[in-house]
Design a protein around this ligand. Structure first.
Ligand SMILES: C[S@@+](CC[C@H](N)C(=O)[O-])C[C@H]1O[C@@H](n2cnc3c(N)ncnc32)[C@H](O)[C@@H]1O
Length: 338
């Protein structure tokens, strides 16, 4: 969408207050991040708190790179962070800041790639290079370009399948056109390793946004009218194949109120099932409460205190942060006792 490109190009050069939703990040990670990046903070949550040492992290819509630079410090020299953004000016802001961060931490584990998050196969810098040598003047040139891009997407995708431990994002998914959102969630699923997870902060609404608000370019580029509903976001994840979906954080107070619709910040976590043979081992789980019963995305019912047979991938979803304290899982390799 043109309005999104234009607005964030301008917001890369000068801070736009209307795009800033107050977030507090761990100050110890901010010390080494250049001030011009911190000034252009257009996030609405802090998904970096879900990242662990040694992981490969993908940040969708990295903007000036703040979350990538925080994650770079958490994953450490053995980990890797990739930020993707479609905006030349935002990419320039992030790439220019990278050497200062690298010098301060003493290792270089971040890179910023040029692409659209609903198409994590097409490397737009590679497309630029193709066009440089082969300007498109005729329909034949255009067909040749299409074939070259198709080859690039297969042979050198921007983000390879099954390559990422955790996908994070901060206030970006709402900006993707509604008709492309299903593809966006499928792309996130594709790039994650089996058993990988997402921690995505975004703006969500308490009910559907009507068409006339969606057509308002300012509201859309301002991270408002493209928002999914609280339930719609979880459904989109389930439709793409995610399990263990949790609305891990939801602000009490709305960030914006438009025609009585509340728009607020939320953070979702979810897992890509691990279908490897080890993950398919048969295990048993007991739900310990406090509810009488709970149901997972596969429709499996866990009654309090009752043993339920499940596969390793289902067990890994239960073991995940939001649920782990409510289940005891039997049949896993001993991790030692006492
Ligand atoms: C609201 S800002 C958030 C930036 C950053 N995550 C932060 O926390 O400051 C949205 C960013 O997403 C980028 N963006 C929007 N739509 C995108 C898309 N479809 N593909 C890639 N980047 C996109 C914009 O260029 C902009 O940098």
């Amino acid at each position: 969408m043109d309005s999104v490109v234009e607005r964030y190009a301008a917001a890369a050069h000068a801070r736009e207050d209307a795009l800033c939703c107050p977030v507090s990040y761990d100050p110890k990670f901010l010390k080494i991040i250049p001030q011009d990046v911190l000034d252009r903070d257009y996030g609405c949550g802090d998904p970096s708190t879900y990242v662990r040492e040694g992981e490969t992290v993908l940040d969708l819509g990295a903007g000036g790179g703040k979350i990538c630079f925080i994650a770079a410090q958490i994953v450490g020299p053995e980990g890797r962070v990739i930020g993707v953004d479609m905006n030349d000016d935002m990419l320039a802001l992030a790439r220019n800041a990278q050497s200062a961060v690298t010098a301060a931490v003493g290792y270089d584990n971040v890179e910023f790639r040029h692409g659209r998050i609903q198409d994590l196969k097409t490397d737009l810098d590679a497309v630029d290079r193709l066009l440089d040598g082969n300007p498109v003047k005729t329909a034949s040139d255009y067909k040749a370009l299409e074939s070259a891009i198709a080859r690039l997407r297969t042979e050198r995708p921007l983000i390879a399948s099954d390559s990422i431990d955790v996908v994070v994002s901060n206030c970006v998914l709402n900006l993707v056109a509604d008709h492309e959102k299903p593809t966006l969630f499928q792309e996130i699923f594709r790039v994650l390793k089996p058993g990988g997870r997402i921690a995505i902060s975004d703006i969500v609404s308490d009910r559907d946004t009507p068409a006339h608000l969606k057509e308002d370019a300012d509201l859309w580029s301002g991270c408002i009218s493209g928002a999914l509903t609280e339930a719609g976001f979880a459904e989109a994840l389930a439709d793409a194949g995610f399990i263990g979906i949790a609305l891990d954080k939801l602000e009490q107070n709305p960030w914006q109120l438009v025609e009585d619709i509340e728009y607020r910040s939320a953070t979702y976590v979810a897992y890509k099932p691990d279908t490897s043979s080890a993950a398919q081992a048969r295990l048993e789980a007991i739900y310990t409460g406090p509810w009488e019963q709970v149901v997972d995305e596969a429709g499996r019912i866990y009654r309090r205190g009752e043993r339920v047979q499940l596969s390793g991938d289902a067990a890994s979803a239960l073991r995940a942060g939001a649920f782990s304290s409510q289940f005891v899982i039997f049949g896993e390799p001993e991790k030692g006792c006492c």
